[in-house]
Write a protein that binds this ligand. Structure first.
Ligand code: UT7
Length: 426
C-alpha cells in the first residue's frame, strides 16, 4: 500500500506589517475591538513586487529544501488560491516555470479558505494511486487586493502570505491517512468576491440574478470585485462545521479526540477556533494558532500554520495531527495526518534548487524568444500583450521600513469612491 507523507514545508510572509492601530487610521475600528472579536493583532501585506505567484514560489522553494528534493522530482503542483495573478495561466504554471519543475503537471484549485485541505486531499490521492511520487501543495493569497478598505466588517480580518508542503509517496505507513472534502453551494451568498472580468452593466447582472433566482441568494450581489461577507452567518456556520468535519475525519482515521496531538484549524477567528476546540474536548495547548500575527490568509493559513508549528518543534514524529478548514462556497474540509520523521537538510539539493531557479528563468526567457522568432519566421503578427512571466521569489524579499508600514493603505487598494470603482472596472 502507498502512503503520502508530508516531508517538506515552507512559507512566505510579506515584509510589510499593518497593525490594528494602522487599521484604525483607515476605518472606524480599534485595536481593542479587533483583538477581542477576532484575536488578530496585525497582518502582513504584499509589496508592489509581490504577487500570488512570487509568494507561492518562495514558499515552495523552502519546502523543497526541507524535503531535500530537487524541483525536477515533483510530479504535481497544486496552488490553492482565490487571488491568482491571472485567470489563466494558472499560478501553479508560473510556479512550475519559475522552479524549473520540468516533470510536473500544474493547476490551481479554487475552494477559498478550504483550498489547501482540498489540494492536500487531491495530491495525497494521486500519490496513493501511484500517479506521482512527489507533489507540491501550496496555498497562496493576496487578500489585500480583493478587500474593500472602507468596509470595517471585512478589511480588518485578512492578510497576505503563502505556505507550501511537499508530499512524498512511501510504503511506510503514515502521512495523510484520511481527508474529508465537502461543500454546500447554497451558502454562496454568505462570502464572495465577484469576478472582475465580468463587464456586463451592474443593473443587467442584478436583474439576471434576481430573475433566475439561482445565483448566490435572492439579493443581487455587488459587481465590484471586492470581498463581501455576512460575518455572523459565516461565524455560525464555522463553529458548527469545524467540529463536524474534525469528528468526521477522526472517525475515518480511526482516531479519538483525546488521541490528537496537534489541532491546526483555519486561522479565521480565535473565537471560532476556541469554540471548536472546546466542543471537541481538545485542550488549548494542543491547538496551534498564529492568527494574532497574520490574520486570515485564506488558503494560505493552514500551510503557514503547519510550517510554523514544524519549525517551532510542535510537530513531532508520529504525532496525530488534524487540519481543518472552512470557507466560501461554502466549502469545508479536514485532514488526519500522522506526522513523519524530520528531514536532514542536505546542502547539495538546496544549492541545486537555487541553481535550477536561475536556470529556469533563463530557460523560460529563451523559450519565449524562440517562440517569437518562430512566429516571425512564419510571418505571424506579434499579438502578445504583456505575457505572464515566471516570478522570481527574490523580488518578494524587499524590506520596507523594517517591515513596518508608514502608509496604512496598500498602494494598489487606496479606497476608491463609488464612481472611481466603476471607472476602474473598465
Ligand atoms: O475564512 C472565513 C472568513 N470569515 C470568517 O471566518 C468570519 C466569521 N465571522 C466573524 O469572525 C465575525 O462575524 C466578525 C468578527 C467578523 C464580527 O463579529 P460579530 O460578533 O459577528 O459582530 P457583528 O458583525 O454582529 O457586529 C457587531 C458590531 C456592529 O456594530 P453595531 O451594529 O452593533 O453597532 C458592527 O458594525 O461590531 C461592529 N463592527 C466593528 N466595530 C469595530 C464590525 N466590524 C467592526 C470593526 N471595528 N472592525
Amino acid at each position: 500500500m502507498r502512503y503520502a507523507h508530508i516531508t517538506g514545508w515552507g512559507k512566505f510572509i510579506p515584509e510589510r506589517v499593518m497593525t490594528n492601530d494602522d487599521m484604525a487610521k483607515l476605518v472606524n475600528t480599534s485595536d481593542g475591538w479587533i483583538r477581542k472579536m477576532t484575536g488578530i493583532g496585525q497582518r502582513h501585506l504584499v509589496g508592489p513586487k509581490d504577487s500570488c505567484a512570487t509568494m507561492a514560489t518562495a514558499a515552495a522553494l523552502e519546502a523543497l529544501d526541507v524535503a531535500n528534493i530537487s524541483a525536477a522530482q515533483i510530479g504535481m503542483i497544486i496552488v490553492a488560491t482565490s487571488t491568482p495573478d491571472y485567470a489563466f495561466p494558472s499560478t501553479a504554471c508560473l510556479v512550475q516555470d519559475a522552479l524549473g519543475a520540468d516533470n510536473a503537471g500544474a493547476f490551481d484549485l479554487s475552494a477559498a479558505c478550504s483550498g489547501f485541505i482540498y489540494a492536500l486531499g487531491m495530491a495525497a490521492d494521486a500519490i496513493k494511486a501511484k500517479s506521482v511520487d512527489y507533489a507540491l501543495v501550496i496555498g497562496s493569497e493576496v487578500m489585500s487586493r480583493v478587500l474593500d478598505w472602507t468596509d470595517r466588517n471585512t478589511c480588518v480580518l485578512f492578510g497576505d502570505g503563502a505556505g507550501a508542503v511537499v508530499l512524498q509517496g512511501s510504503d511506510q505507513p503514515g502521512g495523510v491517512l484520511s481527508t474529508v472534502l465537502r461543500a454546500d453551494g447554497s451558502g454562496g451568498d454568505m462570502l464572495y468576491v465577484r469576478s472582475n472580468y465580468n463587464s456586463m452593466p451592474e443593473t443587467v447582472q442584478a436583474a439576471e440574478v434576481v430573475q433566475s433566482n439561482g445565483g448566490p441568494g435572492s439579493e443581487a450581489p455587488s459587481c465590484n470585485g471586492y470581498l463581501k461577507m455576512n460575518g455572523r452567518e459565516v461565524f455560525r456556520f464555522a463553529t458548527r462545521i469545524l467540529e463536524h468535519a474534525t469528528r468526521d475525519v477522526m472517525y475515518r482515521a480511526g482516531w479519538q479526540a483525546d488521541e490528537i496531538d496537534v489541532f491546526v484549524p483555519h486561522q479565521a477567528n480565535i473565537r471560532i477556533i476556541d469554540s471548536a476546540a472546546h466542543a471537541l474536548g481538545i485542550p488549548t495547548e494542543k491547538v496551534f494558532s498564529n492568527i494574532e500575527h497574520y490574520g486570515n490568509t485564506s488558503a494560505a493559513s493552514i500551510p503557514i500554520a503547519i510550517c510554523e508549528a514544524a519549525s517551532l518543534g510542535r510537530l513531532r514524529p508520529n504525532d496525530k495531527v488534524v487540519m481543518v478548514g472552512f470557507g466560501a462556497g461554502l466549502t469545508w474540509g479536514a485532514a488526519a495526518v500522522e506526522w513523519g520523521t524530520p528531514r536532514i537538510l542536505n546542502r547539495t539539493n538546496r544549492t541545486l534548487n537555487r541553481v535550477r531557479l536561475g536556470a529556469a528563468g533563463m530557460r523560460s526567457r529563451a523559450r519565449r524568444a524562440w517562440r517569437r522568432m518562430e512566429d516571425r519566421l512564419a510571418g505571424a503578427d506579434d499579438t502578445t500583450h504583456s505575457p505572464p512571466k515566471a516570478p522570481h521569489p527574490s523580488h518578494s524579499h524587499e524590506k520596507s521600513n523594517n517591515g513596518h508600514s508608514t502608509d496604512p493603505v496598500p498602494t494598489e487598494k487606496v479606497p476608491l469612491k463609488a464612481e472611481e470603482r466603476d471607472a476602474s472596472k473598465l
